[in-house]
Design a protein around this ligand. Structure first.
Ligand SMILES: [Zn+2]
Length: 419
């Protein structure tokens, strides 16, 4: 690959900074309660801005799906050499966990360690003792919030890096590359799973999502995931005359919850451990509904977990009667099953991170990504970290140097798709 010069890096630095700040100011919070996709009209504003900007930087082909709020861009191959198509995907929405309205990003140059005052007036301080991750960023330039909103570096830092990469490629047509497809999608934070990304239109055989914290982290493995819903019909009568008649759904719900193995809950698990997690229980004597999620990396033990829930329900039915029902709602699957058939995808990503002078770190991701669903829809899709920190909260920040490094990593990745 062509050596990057100091002026190139300065261009990247200025471009990702300007973009990150501009995108952060656009409110794009997704809505977990909407029930249909896209979940918020707000995201469309950023989609339009990105679509226009892609035109301005000279992208030869682009498309805005104004029904589903997906932005597409294509840079055709410019080389006679053998190359494979490569997709890059990032999400436009921000998490509903914290406000994304009136975000006021600011830059702290050369972080010198210690606490950071985010908001003098409101006395909001990011303490280095609470956020030891700050120690990774000594001497770097950080984009921060005013302590009242999230930043939205998740995932706008990735959008800033991808846009800057695209701009650089168009300004430097002598850099050989295969066909590159880019997509910006809505609703990642609320389980959208890139459902409305048109894979045929996207036109790439493989892709990477860019998302996640810590520069240089990547993964090709996620949980298998489903949700179990158990409904219990009780029989409520006056407590004074209840003997032999009353069936208290609260008692049965409580029995069910106690049947879950204590040590297999999120608070006791890590690494490649799976778990059961109770997310809600609404119960009265008359009826109860319990919702829990099931997670496991291994397909067989995931199936065994789902069956275990079935067996608990079966036992309760034997003891109490047939008025207990349950259903298992599939959510997403471990992308490894698909991605492992394309070992070069992970290998090239790892190499590209190394090429950029960063130590690659990979660990199975204890969650799911849009790539978990896309992989099973036919677009194998590992993930490269965006490099933001403290996502989904008011102490979120992103290092400008990390975003620049991600542009470099992407350039090396593109290079590895040309032979
Ligand atoms: Zn994200």
């Amino acid at each position: 690959m062509k050596e990057l010069t100091q002026p190139d890096l300065k261009v990247f630095y200025d471009a990702v900074t300007e973009r990150m700040i501009r995108y952060a100011k656009i409110e794009t919070t997704s809505d977990p309660l909407k029930g249909s996709y896209p979940t918020s009209v707000k995201q469309y504003e950023l989609a339009m801005i990105l679509y226009d900007e892609l035109g301005k930087i000279g992208i030869p082909a682009r498309h805005l799906d104004d029904k589903n709020y997906v932005v597409y861009a294509w840079i055709p191959s410019n080389t006679e050499r053998n190359s494979e198509s490569l997709g890059l995907i990032a999400h436009m929405d921000t998490a509903p966990d914290a406000s994304g309205k009136d975000v006021k990003p600011w830059v702290l140059k050369g972080y010198g360690g210690g606490d950071i005052v985010l908001n003098k007036e409101k006395d909001i301080v990011m303490k280095s003792s609470d956020y030891p991750v700050l120690n990774r960023y000594l001497g770097q330039d950080l984009i921060l919030t005013d302590g009242t909103t999230l930043l939205g570096g998740d995932d706008k830092a990735s959008i800033a890096s991808i846009m800057t990469l695209a701009e650089y490629l168009l300004e430097n047509p002598d850099i050989p590359h295969g066909q590159i497809s880019i997509a910006f999608t809505p609703d990642e934070e609320v389980g959208g799973l890139a459902r409305d990304l048109d894979i045929d239109l996207f036109g790439s055989d493989t892709a990477y999502t860019l998302d996640g914290d810590h520069l240089g982290y990547y993964f090709d493995e996620t949980f298998n995931a489903s949700e179990a819903v158990i409904r219990i019909k009780g029989r409520s009568v006056h407590t004074g005359t209840a003997k032999g008649i009353m069936i208290n759904a609260v008692d049965i719900a409580s029995d069910l919850m106690k049947s879950l193995p204590e040590e297999e809950k999120p608070q006791y698990t890590e690494g490649t451990d799976g778990f059961y997690h109770l997310i809600s229980c609404n119960a009265s004597c008359e009826e109860a509904e319990i919702r829990l999620i099931i997670r496991d990396f291994d397909r067989d033990s995931f199936k065994a977990r789902e069956e275990f829930i079935g067996s608990i329900v079966h036992d309760l039915r034997t003891r109490y009667g047939d008025f207990i029902e349950y259903e298992i709602i599939p959510q997403y699957s471990n992308m490894k099953e698909v991605v492992s058939k394309y070992p070069y995808l992970t290998e090239r990503l790892k190499n590209a991170i190394e090429d950029a002078g960063i130590d690659p770190v990979s660990e199975p991701f204890r969650g799911g990504t849009d790539g978990s669903a896309l992989s099973f829809r036919g677009l194998p899709c590992p993930n490269l970290s965006a490099g933001y920190e403290n996502a989904h909260g008011r102490f979120e920040f992103v290092s400008i140097q990390s975003m620049v490094k991600n542009v470099e990593i992407l350039l090396h990745l593109i290079d590895r798709f040309v032979h």
